[in-house]
Ligand binder design. Structure first.
Ligand code: ZN
Length: 429
């Protein structure tokens, strides 16, 4: 039976040699051409700035910034950064005018992420102005500190507290600045923990921390939130597709800031990580707690399943080097090799580049060139007729998460795998 979600992987596996045709000489022109294509479609009107970093123009600004940081693209640096600044300035104006403060505090769908990326681009251009968006970012702390600041669930990556912490982490990494005070970080972490405890208690769960979104349990990111959150924000009634996702972003963020946690809080987080670890079914994790995964058409996406959950175990492994965590990452990678040539486009959220990022993660964890080879094969596949003919078209081709901008980040990272990481979501900080 044909798998409706992914193409069959007919590539032979690694036999000791990388692909010869994928060096900088071949890849740089491909990246430059892809960026040209993106810039032809990205909106330049203030009224088209919605979607945040996820699939608004701001994501393109981030991609341009990312590419401009690589020495291989030094001849394009000035023009890419200049364009990035134009786009992010417009995005900043757009979120400054956003009346809903919760939306301004959102990472991937709203203002917090845009302010963070603006600061990075300004800093890269040597502009002293970079402190302005940083101040706006810091002021959002007050919005997301209250335990139930969003009715629909306050802790996740796209719009909630994990996202706010994630953007603080990105700033720390890129600018070398801890933008929030220790007390601010602590209070956000404590709110995530308290909210997880309350929910687990209320629902009589057999494990310590659990999160809900719209009354639905999940343990991490879910791009359906985008639809539901916009619906919430613009008060438009539309059918809400609430899917249960079983991933782990809240825990990644708590582990990233574990120095801010008490001993008892750390214990709770590690217990939860191990609980999650034990939910594995044949190298994957169910979208719904306790659900049985159907092997035929299982979800293998960054936003649903092993390619996303793997980052939690990578983070855990980087902290304490316990082999069982690395083993979970490796098992995830095996499933992605089999089922990761996705038909939902080229992107990083639920597309081929998102799958391939798992191989780059595994390369950084293990140093095994097999994973670079696998990432190269996935990159190669993106340019085949089979992929073009058989993959679903993307609404916003410039999107960082669903379109080509994330793909460009991946192609660039593949040229320097030692520094590769999923865009705006690093476990190596
Ligand atoms: Zn997705």
């Amino acid at each position: 039976m044909e798998n409706t979600r992914c193409f069959a992987n007919r590539f032979s596996d690694y036999k000791g040699a990388l692909l010869p045709g994928q060096g900088a000489e071949a890849a740089v022109p491909v990246v430059v051409a892809s960026i040209d294509k993106i810039l032809q479609t990205v909106p330049i009107d203030l009224s088209d700035c919605d979607g945040g970093l996820y699939d608004g123009p701001a994501g393109v600004a981030y991609m341009l910034y990312h590419v401009s940081e690589f020495p291989l693209f030094s001849e394009y640096r000035d023009v890419y950064l200049k364009t990035a600044k134009q786009i992010i300035d417009m995005s900043v104006r757009y979120v400054d005018a956003e009346p809903d403060k919760n939306m301004r505090a959102a990472f991937l769908l709203g203002g917090a992420g845009i302010y963070a990326v603006a600061a990075m681009i300004y800093k890269s251009l040597g502009l002293a102005d970079f402190v302005k968006p940083l101040t706006k970012f810091r002021n959002l702390w007050e919005v997301c500190a209250p335990i139930h600041f969003l009715e629909c669930g306050s802790d996740e990556l796209f719009v909630g507290r994990a996202g706010y912490l994630c953007s603080a982490l990105v700033l720390k990494q890129k600018l070398g600045i801890e933008i929030l005070s220790k007390d601010q970080i602590k209070s956000i972490c404590q709110a995530i923990i308290e909210s997880g405890k309350q929910y687990a208690r209320k629902k009589r769960k057999p494990f310590p921390l659990m999160y809900s979104y719209y009354g639905t349990e999940y343990l991490g990111k879910n791009h359906q939130l985008r639809a539901t959150f916009s619906a919430l924000v613009i008060k438009r009634k539309r059918p809400l597709r609430v899917e249960v996702t079983f991933t782990s972003t809240e825990f990644i963020m708590l582990l990233s800031y574990q120095d801010m946690l008490s001993g008892a809080e750390k214990d709770l987080v590690w217990q939860s990580v191990d609980f999650l670890m034990n939910q594995e079914q044949n190298c994957n994790w169910p979208a719904e707690l306790g659900a049985i995964i159907e092997r035929e058409n299982e979800l293998v996406h960054w936003c649903h399943g092993a390619p996303g959950v793997a980052y939690l175990f990578a983070k855990a492994y980087l902290i304490n080097k316990k082999p069982q965590y690395l083993d979970k990452c490796i098992r995830s990678g095996e499933l992605v090799w089999q089922k990761g040539l996705l038909k939902k486009g080229p992107g990083i959220c639920h597309g081929v580049a998102g799958s391939a990022y798992v191989f780059l993660l595994l390369y950084r964890l293990t140093g095994n060139s097999k994973y670079i080879y696998r990432a190269q094969r996935f990159a190669e596949f993106l340019f085949t007729e089979e992929f073009k003919a058989g993959s679903r078209s993307v609404t916003r081709i410039y999107s960082l998460f669903e379109g080509l901008s994330g793909t460009v980040c991946f192609l660039v990272d593949l040229l320097q795998p030692d520094q590769s990481e999923f865009p705006l979501f690093s476990v190596f900080v």
